[in-house]
Design a protein around this ligand. Structure first.
Ligand code: GDP
Length: 296
């Protein structure tokens, strides 16, 4: 991800850095190029506009520090604006509350929800020493529940035994009950996806949320789908209320628009990135590191 954005921005800044003094016209010209690069990376237009305005205002009015060249200073201003656009603080997962706390994973089919559920469960088990149980509430897709059970064995996290025919809300209640009795800290609920957002999906997810009272509701979205991922997140947030986003497939050649637009459009933090199919290919999201990656 970000490869072409990085190389485009790189050449804009190379030009700026070579200049001894920066004139307003130089900044404006550079910002025209940055604007194009962001649009090409599929960043949402309102996000691009506010980004360019912030950077231009700061860069034109900035007093040049003695320690850096004017060009370097513009790069720093762009870096800071990127961090802000991406959401500066990483809040991590909220696991406060009386155990077991529920983490609900929602999203469209194929976004990487089941894989991401198991990745987060593995991380909580290994890094945070939590006793985690996973439960699949996907009764719509054949073998979805078995898929989670297989991943559970792989990452050595317990999964709720499958009761054929049981419906999502009842599975969620059974999972919470089993976790309470078994002394688990965290229950990860892998909800059903659909190919598109529809009312029955939203009603189901809302009913599960009401029954489980999760401390986190994480939308899993595929970075490769660009602005569609942002639209999906926005719809889920408005209807269900999200606490965070996990963006998957950033190991692919996604142009980065989803990552860059998500926070401002949805006002929801990106908490994790999926960086591959393997169970430890999960990264915590840190805006400063991503900005650093983009600026090369
Ligand atoms: P679900 O329908 O949303 O539960 O999606 P799955 O978890 O079944 O994932 C669909 C496919 O995407 C599987 O082949 C996963 O291995 C793959 N996948 C999930 N996350 C990532 C990721 O971060 N990177 C890559 N390259 N593949 C992923």
């Amino acid at each position: 991800m970000f490869d072409s954005l990085t190389s485009r921005l790189g050449s804009v800044f190379e030009g700026l850095k070579r200049r001894g003094a920066l004139k307003e016209a130089d900044v404006k010209e550079a910002m025209r190029e940055v604007r194009l690069a962001l649009l090409e990376a599929d960043v949402a237009l309102p996000v691009v506009k506010s980004f360019i305005k912030t950077v231009t205002d700061k860069a034109v009015g900035a007093e040049v520090l003695k320690s850096v060249t004017p060009g370097q200073q513009v790069v720093k201003i762009v870096n800071d604006a990127l961090v802000e656009m991406l959401g500066s603080e990483n809040t991590g997962l909220n696991l406060l509350g009386e155990p077991p706390v529920a983490i609900m994973m929602v999203g469209l089919q194929g976004s990487g929800k089941t894989t991401s559920t198991a990745k987060i469960a593995k991380r909580l088990t290994e890094k945070e020493r939590k006793k985690v149980m996973m439960a699949s509430l996907d009764v719509a897709r054949p073998a979805a529940q078995e898929q989670l059970a297989v991943l559970g064995e792989q990452v050595e996290v317990k999964t709720l035994p499958i009761v054929p025919g049981q419906q999502p809300v009842d599975i969620a209640k059974r999972a919470m009950q089993a976790a309470r009795l078994g002394g688990f800290d965290v229950v990860m609920l892998d909800t059903a996806g659909r190919l598109h957002i529809d009312d029955s999906l939203m009603d189901e997810v809302a009913a599960v949320k009401a029954a489980a009272g999760p401390s986190e509701t994480i939308l899993v979205a595929d970075a490769m789908t660009g602005q569609d991922a942002v639209t999906v997140a926005d719809s889920f947030h408005k209807r269900i209320g999200l606490s965070g986003i996990m963006l998957t497939r950033i190991d692919g050649d996604a142009r980065g628009g989803a990552a860059l637009s998500m926070r401002q459009v949805t006002d929801c933090p990106i908490k994790f990135l999926g960086t591959g199919e393997k169970m430890d290919e999960l990264e915590e999201f840190h805006a400063d590191r991503i900005a650093g990656r983009i600026l090369g």
